[in-house]
Design a protein around this ligand. Structure first.
Ligand code: DP6
Length: 321
């Protein structure tokens, strides 16, 4: 066994999943389709220091009281390797953690990649997907580059890149409207929606149509069609959240202002659309040549904390020398 370091990037869902079919194995109740981006990243180093008496996880410089969300993928790999040597896991994110910026997806994807290398478990791509899902339902997508489809059928998973980054280069502008950790985690929110929202069953039953339209749009590189279905799916998910009991509303005033401005840009003819996950941040997807215009349109809006510009990114990988 050797120490190993891996990086992975967040991915943002264009067609989202919201709800689990199996809480124990953390399987999403429906497909999802996302883009992996490149400027934001999680880095995880796995090592085996002699002084260590038990497993330890340090996240952004802070020792964690337990392995928490990473315990299940960690156990999956450790069992295959059958090592009993204590492991030190050191993870960092170069962006706010647990604020609706998909830090759990990139964090878990970098963890399983680093563990697989350090423990020499040589997992297949399918096993990597299964290990990653145990940590976060969206983490499997961060193992892959570009446009990524996570298919779920009868609790069986399949994850693959639909188009590589250079096959349809788009940019993403993340409008950070708050760096606070969210008060309701995605996992808790999904269970609340599943058990209380009158819209939940329709959301699940009509979901496949959104996936189908988005795949068609991606294959045809049809920006307008992809934007239309992405915004529709996003607003539908947030309605499911709002009609839950208690009602879940991740948006803040700046989220609303941002969305209004994206709609204004569209009226002016700019190729842009938005999506929002379980948090108040607005992700604006645009064709690369209008990136600067979009930034100047939104950077001075009230409540914008910061802006992160990115193109599409690669899947998780080790960065050992
Ligand atoms: C709204 O997969 O991050 O971003 O399994 O609890 O980590 P956990 O949840 P997670 O939830 C993602 C919710 C979403 C939609 C999506 O990314 O498809």
């Amino acid at each position: 066994m050797k120490s190993s370091t891996a990086i992975a990037h967040p991915n943002f869902a264009l067609i989202k999943y919201w709800g689990k079919s199996n809480i124990v194995s953390n399987i999403p109740a429906m497909d999802s389709l996302a883009i992996t981006i490149n400027t934001m990243k999680s880095e995880t180093r796995v090592s085996f220091p002699d002084y260590l008496e038990q497993d330890a996880w340090i996240l952004n410089g802070m020792e964690q009281v337990s392995l928490g969300q990473i315990k299940a993928p960690y156990d999956y790999l450790k069992k295959i390797s059958s090592t009993d040597q204590p492991i030190l896991i050191e993870s960092t994110n170069n962006f706010p953690t647990a604020a609706g910026l998909a830090s759990s997806a990139s964090g878990v994807a970098s963890l399983v990649t680093a563990l697989d290398s350090a423990l020499e478990t040589k997992l297949s791509s399918q096993e990597m997907v299964e290990a990653a899902i145990l940590g976060s339902g969206s983490a499997a997508r961060s193992l892959f580059s570009g446009f990524v489809h996570l298919e779920v059928s009868n609790d069986n998973l399949k994850c693959a890149t639909l188009l590589e980054t250079d096959e349809w280069p788009l940019n993403v502008i993340v409008c950070v409207t708050s760096t606070n950790e969210k008060t309701i985690s995605s996992r808790q929110g999904m269970e609340i929606s599943k058990t209380t929202s009158p819209m939940y069953n329709d959301w699940v039953n009509n979901h496949h149509e959104d996936i189908k339209l988005a795949i068609q749009a991606i294959e045809a590189r049809d920006f307008h069609q992809l934007g239309k279905i992405t915004e529709h799916n996003c607003l539908k998910m947030h309605k499911v959240m709002k009609t839950s009991n208690p009602s879940i509303d991740y948006w803040n005033p700046a989220t609303h202002v941002c969305v209004k401005n994206v709609k204004n840009m569209q009226k002016k003819g700019f190729p842009v659309f938005f999506t929002i996950d379980a948090g108040p941040q607005v992700k604006i997807i645009c064709e690369p040549d209008v990136t600067k215009d979009v930034i100047s349109f939104i950077e001075n809006l009230p409540g914008i904390h910061s802006i992160i510009e990115s193109s599409l990114g690669k899947g998780a990988r080790t960065i050992d020398e």
